[in-house]
Structure formats: C-alpha cells, structure tokens
Design a protein around this ligand. Structure first.
Ligand code: ACM
Length: 756
C-alpha cells in the first residue's frame, strides 16, 4: 500500500522547502555573517543613488562609488554629512564598536544603512557588494535583510610568492582587491627568495640590478639552471614608489601587508648580487650559495635592508623567513665556527637561534615585531616572535603552549600550490591534492590547546608558492576558490560552519568572478563519481551551476578536448551497463576558456542479501580496535584486538603512542525495510574500505573529495552483510563513516539500519 502524507505535513514540508530555497537563492554571502535575518521586499539601487557618508567613512563611500561605476557604469554621488539624513539611499555611518571589523547592515525597501567603526563599514560594503546582481542591469535589486557581523580572527591571510614568478603591480593589486572582497585582511608579500629579489633597497642597488634579473643570468649560464620553475622565471622588482602605491591601495581596502625578507636560508639571489653575504669554507671557496654567512657584514647588511623595509611598511610585523635553512653548512664556515666558540653555541640550530634573536632585537629597537616560519623554534625561540606554522600544526601548537602568537598555515590544508583535484587531470602542482573541502574543514584552534592557549592563535592563512605558476590567470586559478574557504573559516563563528551551504554559496560567486574577470578554478560537475552498482543501466544527468557552461564527454573513450562536440548542460546519460564504463568529462565556461576535466569509472557488481533475519539482530555495528605499527591491514589477521564494542556511528578516536595507529575493523548488517534504489557513500576524507556481501563498494586510501565514490544499489527488503576497516585519527573523528540514503532522497539514520 502506498503511504500518503497528511495534508498538514505536506503544507509544513512545502513551506519549509520554500523558505529554505528562497533563503538559499538570496544569501550566498562569503564569509557567512554572524547573524542574518531576511526582511520584506527589496531595495532598488538607482543609477544615480546618493551615498551618504560621515567624514570618517568618506573614503569607503568613494570606494563603493568607484565599484558601482567600474562594474555597472553607475554614476552615484557621495555626500558628506555630520548626521546622514534617514532618507539617503545608502548610508555609511561611522559608529563606535569595541570589536575590530564589526558592522551592522539593514536593507529595507527604502534604503541601505551600514554602521561600524574602522574596517567595519568597509566589510558592510563588501556584504552589500555580494548581494548585488552580477549582470549589468539598469537598476540593482538588493534583497531586504538585517545583518550583524564581526570576525572570529584578526589574522585572515593570503600569501603571494613574487620571487619564483614576478607579478606586476596591477596583478598584485587585483590579488589584494579580491582578497578584500572576502574580508581577508593580511597580505603576506614574499619579496625575496633564491630565484629573485623583488624590492628596491637604495643602499644595496645590486639587489635589484642583479638579484631581480636571475632568469636573465640563468639564461646566460651565469646562474644555475632554473629548472624548478615552470617558465624559467620572470624578472622584475618593485620600486619604492610602486610599493607605496600598493600599500595605499591595500590600506584603502583595510588590508595590511606583511613583507617577508628571507634569512638566513633562501638567500641565493641576494648572495649572487653580494657574494660576501654567502658562506665560505676554510679554503675561501663558496660552498653554499643559499645560506647567509653569520658574519658582522651580513648582520649589518640585513639591518640596513630592514631599516629601509621598515620605513616603507606601516605593519607592526615584519616576516624574516627562517625556513629550510641548510644550517649544517655553517659547520664548515670559519665565521660560523668562530661565532659558535665566542657565543658558546653548541649546534648549528643554536647559530640559527642566535641569528634570529639578533634580528629580533633589531626589529624591537624599531618598534616592529618579528614573524618567522616554524623552524625558528629550533635552538630556542626568540622571546617576542610570532610563529607561522607551516610544517603541519606541531610548531604552532608548541609555540602557543609557550604563549607565543601563532598564525596557522599548515601543510596540507593551507598550501594552494597543491592541485585542487585529481592530480592527473590538473595543471602541475606540488604535493598531493588539497580540495576546498579540506581547506574548509580546517580548524585553526587545535583541540590540543587549552582555551587560554588557543587565544594565542591569531588566525590562519593560505599560502601559494609560484614555481609552477606561469601567469596571473593561473595564480587566480590556484588560489580561488580555496581562498574563500580561508575567508569563511577565519571570519565566521565556528558553529556557523556548514560545508554543504558553503559549497552552494561558493558556486554563486562565479557571477562576481565573471564581473571582475577573475579566473577562479571552475567548479566540478556534481555526481561524476566512481560508482559501484548492481543495476543494468547507467543513468546520470550532468548538471552544472554556471549558466552557459558546456560539457564534452566520452564513455569508454579518450578525454575530450576543445575540439570535441559539446553539449549545453544538463546532459542525460542513459546507457546499458554490462561490465564497466569509463566516463570522462571536459567542462568549459565563458570565462577565459578555462576547462575542468573529470573522470569516473562505473562498475557493475552483484549483491545478494544475507540469510539472517532482522528480528534476530540487535541495533548498531560491531567493531574491533587494533593499536599497532602495522599499516597493512591484511597482516592483522591473527592479532587480538585491543578493544571491541558496538556503535551506531564511528569509533571514538583513542590516543595511541608515537608511531602507532588505530586500525578499526567494523562488521554488521544493513537492514533494508523497503525495496528501492539506495546510495551508499562515506563522509570520510580518507576513505574506509567497505564491503557489502563481500563486494568492495568503497575503496580505502583515496581522498573521497578528490575521487568521490558511491555505491548505487537496488536493494530488496532484508539484511545485507557488510564489513570494512579504517584508520581512526583526528582527521575523521567528526566525519560520517557510512551514509545511506534512498537514491535522490533523504538520508537515513544509522540507528535504524545498522544491525549486528
Ligand atoms: C615554506 O613553505 N617553506 C614556508
């Protein structure tokens, strides 16, 4: 008998559906505001609207005026008032607030009112910009709402390496401009490295005359081959006037610039320009081209450089690098050896600590604070240093426990030089893939910190290194949309985190990206997943969130390209499935001829129900935990588990000592009450292995965000035996092990279908 819903429930369900979809259709603000309430009606922003400002908010009014002019051709007027009249279309009120960056925004049918102090009004304007339509219509409609908002962290950063690839002032400005749209506020400018010195220093002109032309010297055979760079490098540097111009541009957008001058490693360009900076050995031969010699000449040189850097940059912080220094080479340097003797330094690490502490002292004397990569912990951390934790979180955690300020920018989550999807299908990058989902799920305040220690975490930052980035378009491709995840995780309250909502909002940013001619990586087609199925047809509708996007696809053929015939979305695939099918897709959109490639394999299997009767089973699944150094699960056959139990969800993570892991084996039955098509997936980043009726339906070891897997199964009423295994660790403790839903329908609750 077909079940019918009561009329009341249908109405309730329908109204819920309407309110969720309308809310969704209107508010795709990134980062998610602290409080957001929909109002009634909408405000029409006219071509000649008046923007009322106070003296303090006038520059922000002009910024908005410029934005509306550049992007929509509007001719608005900015009027300055002591007290802005209530009938002014857009009001930017300077208001006192004790939270840096806080603002309120009220949009009614009559007007838009934004209030805040300092950066607050600017952030309110960014929220308004995100609510504007992205097509160039003669009037702009803004949905009525009330927002109260403020950032979670004070440090919301993005870095840019201009050494490995030089970016022009305009390219840097565009990078800062888009950061600011998402309320990111710290631009870490990596100005010097082995492959190029990019900042004018008057006292040492060869730093730019020679040090900024490394690819020129490399091509002449006078510098080593730059074969670590995808394009053999691009020469260039910023004059002081250009740097002042960029600083002003950033200030107008409430972005602080953190300049980085690398020492004592990563200094090859500087040493090439001034060989006396480099280490020499006892024969006088230069034996290390990347390491600064810890000589008085070097200290004086670097202090002179920093003096000029400090005179330019108003930021209280100066980054001095400190990463990946080849310290053992100091042991061959007569200067370093003499220094060790004089200062009673017992190791090369203590030489580095001495080096950093001397620079710290110098910076403190100029009222500046030192930031360094986490290697500066080695040999003793300088007293006032702020640590940027990049080699994972350990350095940051250790520093916070020592009551040092920390910026979390750990591998892999915050490294945007990694590919964003399957590395075989993406442009070349470093490291295994890092998806936006991995970035989004990152939490800067580690559970290993007490609440008091967690206060030392200033925020988080995404990093990009540009060895494999040949131009600004590609830079934008690598950094976005992942930077949007950094924006939300550093701004929005932790309890507002919602991966699904964020994914939806992210897709709604592409109208803006198009308006700004900004080349963010295109979204993937949803549903191009590796599928295990027991059905005799493969059906899939390829849908895409971006209007005007096209797909080329092949079944069991080679990857399509720009020359293959294309179809507009949606595309229906409906073909017989005997054994397996390889699906390849090539998606293009109207922006920059960018394309995205995806692949999936679809395999047919046979799954039979078990003989057990549901009535004989109890709820939950059985598990066994093995604490072991063995990474090969097959070798645990004869081991006794350290623990056994039953659970509805996943097994709580139990700490293991260094070098050991928690293998978890699971076993049970899935109880099916109604014959239907079901979808079985996992919410794990690193997949568990899952077998149904001894058929592998989810493969272990993959990154499920990169290569999503699902089983699409027609199941009859009855029970189906399952088993599986996974490694329990911090990465999966908040994720869902098994997700079962009716195909295309609602999720089922594990407590109703897991039995053992
Ligand atoms: C770094 O990635 N070497 C800071």
């Amino acid at each position: 008998m077909k079940k019918t819903l009561s009329l009341k429930r249908i109405i309730l369900f329908a109204s819920l559906l309407v309110s969720v979809t309308t809310l969704k259709a209107q508010f795709h603000i990134i980062p998610q505001p602290v409080s957001l309430k929909a109002g009634k009606g909408s405000f029409i922003l006219a071509k000649n609207a008046v923007i009322g400002v106070n003296k303090e908010t006038e520059p922000i009014g002009k910024y908005l005026q410029d934005y509306l002019n550049q992007n929509y051709g509007f001719q608005t007027t900015v009027k300055v008032f002591e007290k802005i009249p209530a009938n002014t279309a857009i009001r930017l009120n300077n208001a006192w607030s004790n939270a840096e960056g806080a603002y309120t925004m009220h949009v009614s049918a009559a007007s838009v009112s934004i209030s805040g102090s300092g950066a607050g009004v600017f952030y309110g304007v960014q929220t308004l910009i995100q609510l504007l339509p992205t097509d160039k219509s003669p009037t702009l409609k803004v949905i009525a709402c009330s927002i109260a908002d403020q950032p979670r962290f004070g440090w919301r950063g993005l870095s840019l390496d201009v050494s490995r690839h030089f970016f022009t002032v305009d390219e840097v400005k565009k990078y800062i401009d888009v950061m600011a749209h998402y309320k990111l506020n710290t631009f870490h400018w990596h100005l010097t490295d082995d492959e190029g010195w990019r900042i004018q220093i008057d006292k040492y002109p060869r730093l730019t005359e020679v040090g900024s032309k490394i690819s020129y010297y490399a091509k002449r055979g006078e510098f080593r081959k730059l074969d670590n760079l995808i394009d053999d490098g691009r020469d260039g540097f910023y004059t002081k006037d250009e740097i002042r111009d960029v600083i002003k541009y950033a200030q107008d957008r409430f972005v602080t610039i953190l300049p980085e001058i690398e020492m004592p490693g990563h200094s090859e360009a500087a040493i090439f320009a001034y060989p006396q900076l480099g280490c020499q050995d006892s024969t006088g031969a230069k034996h290390r081209v990347r390491m600064l010699d810890p000589s008085e000449y070097t200290f004086k040189f670097m202090e002179d450089v920093l003096t000029e850097v400090i005179a330019l940059f108003p930021n209280q912080y100066i980054h001095i690098g400190g990463d990946e220094a080849e310290m053992v080479d100091w042991l061959k340097s007569p200067t370093a050896v003499a220094l060790m003797k004089r200062e009673h330094l017992k190791s090369e690490k203590e030489v580095q600590s001495y080096f950093i502490k001397r620079i710290e002292k110098f910076l403190l004397s100029k009222n500046k604070r030192l930031v360094g990569w986490d290697e500066i912990l080695q040999g003793g951390l300088a007293e006032s240093a702020t640590v940027m934790s990049w080699q994972g979180e350990a350095g940051g955690i250790a520093a916070a426990k020592m009551h040092h300020h920390v910026v979390m920018t750990p591998l892999p989550y915050m490294y945007f030089d990694a590919p964003q999807a399957n590395e075989d299908l993406e442009p070349i990058g470093w490291n295994p893939p890092v998806t936006w989902q991995m970035v989004y799920n990152y939490e800067p305040q580690s559970k290993e910190l007490t609440n008091a220690e967690a206060e030392y975490i200033l925020g988080a930052q995404g990093n990009i290194w540009n060895e494999k980035v040949p131009n600004a378009q590609h830079l934008q491709y690598m950094v976005y949309p992942r930077a949007l995840a950094v924006a939300e995780l550093t701004w929005s309250p932790k309890n507002e985190k919602d991966l699904e909502r964020f994914g939806w909002k992210m897709k709604n940013q592409y109208g803006l990206f198009k308006l700004w001619n900004f080349n963010a990586r295109l979204p993937d087609i949803d549903g191009v997943d590796d599928v295990i199925t027991n059905k005799s047809r493969f059906k899939l509708t390829l849908n895409y969130p971006l209007q005007g996007a096209k797909v080329r696809y092949a079944l069991n053929g080679k990857m399509p390209d720009n020359n293959s015939p294309s179809a507009p979305f949606p595309v229906n695939i409906n073909v017989p499935l005997n054994d397996s099918i390889g699906l390849r897709t090539f998606t293009t959109w109207t922006l920059n001829d960018q394309h995205i490639r995806q692949t999936a394999s679809i395999k047919r299997v046979s799954i039979k129900p078990a003989h057990e009767k549901a009535a004989m089973l109890k709820p939950g699944m059985a598990y066994e935990v093995f604490k072991t150094g063995e990474r090969d699960i097959a070798k645990l056959q004869d081991e006794k588990p350290a623990e056994t139990g039953e659970t509805n969800l996943i097994v709580p993570v139990k700490p293991v000592s260094e070098g050991l892991i928690n293998w978890v084996k699971i076993k049970g039955f899935i109880k099916i009450d109604k014959e239907a098509d079901y979808e079985l997936t996992t919410g794990f980043e690193v997949s568990p292995a899952l077998f149904l009726d001894e058929v592998e339906v989810i493969k272990s070891g993959l990154n499920t965000y990169v290569e999503p897997q699902k089983a699409l199964l027609h199941l009859k009423k009855g029970v189906y035996a399952f088993s599986g295994h996974y490694i329990a660790d911090k990465a999966n403790e908040n994720q869902t092990l098994i997700e079962l839903k009716i195909a295309g329908g609602e999720k089922l609750y594990p407590k109703f279908y897991l039995m053992h």
